[in-house]
Write a protein that binds this ligand. Structure first.
Ligand SMILES: Nc1ncnc2c1ncn2[C@@H]1O[C@H](COP(=O)(O)OP(=O)(O)OP(=O)(O)O)[C@@H](O)[C@H]1O
Length: 252
């Protein structure tokens, strides 16, 4: 029998709990979560409102210390992280390209060099022609493309996406999902993405982690058995419908 050796996980979460202060004491936002993520894996986190999905991303980003348990990263130290939120949070006085280059400028990288690096991402993410547009003149989808490019420009090892398409209309959301898929196929990052959309999770990810209602525990760690490359057409297949029902039942 051959033994297939897996690379060390990009991150391991062990018995993670998060307690927050509440009236008269504390409450568990997350309780005893254990899972690991492989390098370049695309993992979606699904769960009802308040199940601790955003809290989990904040812990993984190092913005919130675990109350109990631990997080281990592949080479022992926290990876470079790119973080994208539901709102693009762009600087209104900077153009699209100037928002993208900002993280590099803050690192002291010369402006011309930063712009050159941004240009490659602009083409990859469908922002060509919008470089000099200010945020007020960008559509929601375009603004979110800028936010994703800004997160990618530092070449993060780990991309954390917190409902990045949550504020977009359904059609733009589908298109952005396909573009993210394309981006991931080209750049191959380890991705953890929070979403409320079962179909988005199935179409994009290798694995879906479903959290229970508060306190968030792991209800299901589900490997998506759909072949890659994935296409939008898959949404309309019987297999996809069956998987959707399975996830819906797990969310409750
Ligand atoms: N800093 C904090 N202090 C106290 N309670 C908090 C804090 N941050 C989050 N919470 C609470 O922890 C719980 C989990 O919140 P979190 O935002 O992680 O859930 P979520 O699954 O991302 O929700 P949604 O899907 O609505 O975005 C909620 O009850 C929230 O009110």
């Amino acid at each position: 029998m051959t033994h297939q050796q897996l690379p060390p996980p990009a991150l391991e979460v062990r018995n993670l709990s998060i307690l927050f202060p509440a009236e008269g004491g504390t409450f568990h936002a997350l309780r005893d979560l254990t899972f690991s993520v492989q390098p370049q894996e695309f993992v979606c986190i699904l769960g009802p409102s308040g199940s601790g999905k955003s809290t989990l991303l904040r812990v993984l980003a190092g913005l919130l210390p675990p109350s109990a348990g631990e997080i281990r990263y592949a080479d022992g130290k926290p990876p470079r992280i790119g973080y994208v939120f539901q709102q693009a949070n762009l600087m209104p006085w900077r153009t699209a390209i100037e928002n993208i280059t900002l993280p590099l400028e803050l690192q002291g990288i010369p402006r011309a060099q930063a712009r050159q690096q941004a240009q490659e991402l602009i083409e990859l993410i469908g922002l060509k022609g919008f470089e000099e547009v200010f945020p007020r003149d960008l559509s929601g989808g375009m603004a979110q493309r800028v936010a994703i490019a800004r997160a990618l420009i530092q070449d993060p090892d780990l991309l954390l996406l917190d409902e990045p398409f949550g504020s977009l209309d359904a059609l733009t959301r589908e298109r952005m999902g396909s573009e993210l898929l394309h981006l991931w196929q080209v750049r191959r990052k380890t991705v953890l993405m929070v979403t409320h959309s079962i179909s988005e999770a199935l179409l994009l990810s290798d694995r879906v982690l479903v959290l229970t209602p508060r306190p968030g525990r792991l209800a299901l760690d589900f490997r998506v058995p759909l072949p890659r490359p994935r296409s939008d057409e898959m949404r309309y297949t019987a297999a996809f419908g069956k998987l959707s029902r399975r996830l819906k039942a797990a969310i409750g």
